[in-house]
Design a protein around this ligand. Structure first.
Ligand code: FAD
Ligand code: FES
Length: 508
């Protein structure tokens, strides 16, 4: 999408500003035509690019924590000193500038040359690392291995036809037709070869021999590893009703799935979404953007109540109804006959296309076959290592000991998968990095983002701060007096602060 080039805002930082111009230790200005964020943290001054490298979030509205700044939109974190993207979902660094202070005025000088942190490799660092999965966790692992200076062989095997993509976009802007195709790949095609990553697509791994430390590919070939990451993600649950196997009935996981849905929208007037989950309702919003009438059928009484509670559930329903979505709740689809779907209640709905979003199942077949310890997912330790030494797991398949909730949890969140991939990369190199990130996810419906930090499968009560209908709220999910999770709409700074409080609670 062509973005209009706007004149950079704020004062010219190269000309200098008074120290007192910094509000709460921050000031956004410009150097030439680049927007720069000037930060005072303690006695130190930093100047870095003012926009997050994930989706261009305004870092000036973010949270400064020590020598880092956290993005208000999806909680990426950047090192103020070197610009490195310390935490996903941002993966690329922001630029940094030299800063000088003289007689109460601050001047931003030339750009600095950035070098990512490269810890010394342990002497027993592996030579061959293999990643199974070309999704969030797999990609983040490969990227971090090279960033940390791993120089050995790095092979990434994916049974998908597409290189790693920005999967969350597939139910949002790309599906809505408001994002160009070049937003979708996580990196350009030449990234892999130029970083020495052997990316093999359409390549299904059929088995693992953990004793011989080798993988067996579906084509019969064997691939040796010293360290292995399993990041096989999840697959959509399929409907088992008559008519579910017709070409206009879709699920959504891959870029190919998304393209098939987009093809089905051509000339379509009505769509049926089965399931009022995050994916189902994001799809509904995207199809409304394409001016297609949408019916949603789901068994629950309120959308998203199980995860977000009744208050946000009612809000989400109302938001979609304002945009013309028609809900058929406490009902299910019994059969799809061509363009006519019959519900259990007897009602019939016409639909040119159907999207089924009724949940996903972790892809555990390889782990089961290899005899890895399972616990409704692959059981990993705090360092993401499975029961087989040298074999790690990350992303939607991994159940890890979460110190925040005190439980072993498995979640299906993009940022968690990426951060686990990053931690697994360090651990495969012997750098011993415990995975302690507070779980985070976001969901987008029309122009309303919902951010969620923490993890609450059950709660005693929900404290609502602000006004949900006014889209200005923060909800705390509490059990035994402890805040387990916080959901918010347009309370980005408070969401970041809540994340920090949860982080510090386990550090003490
Ligand atoms: C449309 C959509 C929108 C989403 N939006 C959001 C959002 O807004 N926010 C959020 O937090 N989360 C969102 N999610 C969830 C998020 O995308 C997942 O949690 C995340 O992708 C999990 O990463 P992963 O690496 O575990 O798995 P995946 O990204 O699914 O990657 C798994 C990879 O493993 C490969 N694979 C599997 N088995 C094999 C095998 N045997 N051999 C070879 N390759 C194999 C697959 O082809 C794939 O490349 C969304 C998901 C979808 C589908
Ligand atoms: S825009 Fe900054 S984390 Fe997404």
């Amino acid at each position: 999408m062509e973005q209009e080039k706007l004149a950079p805002s704020g004062p010219d930082l190269a000309q200098g500003v008074a120290s007192t111009d910094l509000v709460d230790g921050k000031l956004v200005g410009h150097v030439g035509d680049e927007e720069v964020l000037l930060v005072r943290s303690g006695s130190r001054l930093f100047a870095i690019g003012a926009h997050c490298t994930h989706y261009h979030g305004p870092l000036g509205d973010g949270l400064i924590v020590g020598d880092s700044v956290r993005c208000p939109w999806h909680h990426a974190c950047f090192d103020l000193l070197a610009g490195e993207a310390l935490r996903a979902p941002a993966l690329s660094p922001v630029d940094c500038w030299k800063v000088e202070e003289c007689d109460g005025r601050i001047f931003v000088k030339e750009k600095l040359v950035q070098t990512p942190r490269r810890p010394a490799m342990p002497t027993d660092a592996p030579r061959r690392i293999v990643i199974v999965g070309g999704g969030a966790a797999g990609f983040a692992t490969a990227e971090m291995l090279r960033r940390r200076g791993f120089g050995g062989s790095l092979v990434m095997l994916s049974d998908d036809a597409a290189p790693p993509v920005d999967r969350p976009n597939l139910s949002k802007d790309y599906l809505a037709g408001t994002a160009p195709v070049d937003w979708v790949p996580l990196r350009p095609d030449d990234f892999y070869a130029s970083n020495g990553i052997e990316l093999r697509l359409n390549c299904e791994v059929a088995g693992i021999d953990t004793k011989a430390r080798e993988l067996i590919l579906a084509r019969g070939e064997r691939v040796l590893y010293d360290r292995l990451l399993l990041a096989t993600g999840a697959e959509p649950v399929r409907l088992s009703i008559p008519g579910a196997d017709q070409p206009h009935v879709h699920t959504l996981r891959s870029l190919a799935d998304c393209r098939a849905i987009i093809d089905s929208t051509k000339g379509a007037r009505r769509a049926l979404v089965i399931g009022a989950s995050f994916i189902g309702l994001e799809v509904a919003a995207s199809l409304r953007t394409r001016d297609i009438k949408v019916d949603v059928v789901a068994p629950e009484a309120r959308p998203m109540e199980r995860v977000l509670g009744p208050q946000l559930g009612d809000f989400v329903r109302g938001l979609h109804e304002e945009h013309g979505v028609v809900f058929h709740l406490e009902d299910t689809v019994a059969a799809i006959d061509g363009k006519r779907a019959t519900l259990k209640s007897g009602r019939t709905l016409e639909a040119d296309l159907v999207v089924v979003g009724i949940g996903v199942r972790p892809r555990l077949r390889l782990a089961e076959q290899a005899g890895l310890k399972l616990d409704r997912g692959i059981a990993v330790d705090g360092y993401l290592e499975t029961s087989a030494p040298g074999v790690y797991a990350a992303g939607d398949i991994a159940r890890w000991p979460d110190r925040h909730s005190g439980e072993n949890i498995r979640v299906e969140h993009w940022v968690v998968a990426e951060r686990q991939g990053q931690a697994a990369a360090c651990n495969m190199l012997g750098l011993k990095e415990r995975f302690d990130a507070v779980p985070f996810f976001w969901s987008q419906h029309y122009d309303v983002p919902i951010n969620y930090v923490g993890h609450a499968e059950r709660w005693d009560d929900i404290a609502v701060n602000g006004d949900i209908r006014a889209k200005d709220c923060l909800l705390q999910y509490r059990r035994n007096g402890k805040v387990l999770a916080v959901a918010s709409i347009f309370r980005d700074l408070e969401s970041l602060e809540a994340e920090l409080v949860m982080e510090r609670a386990v550090q003490t």
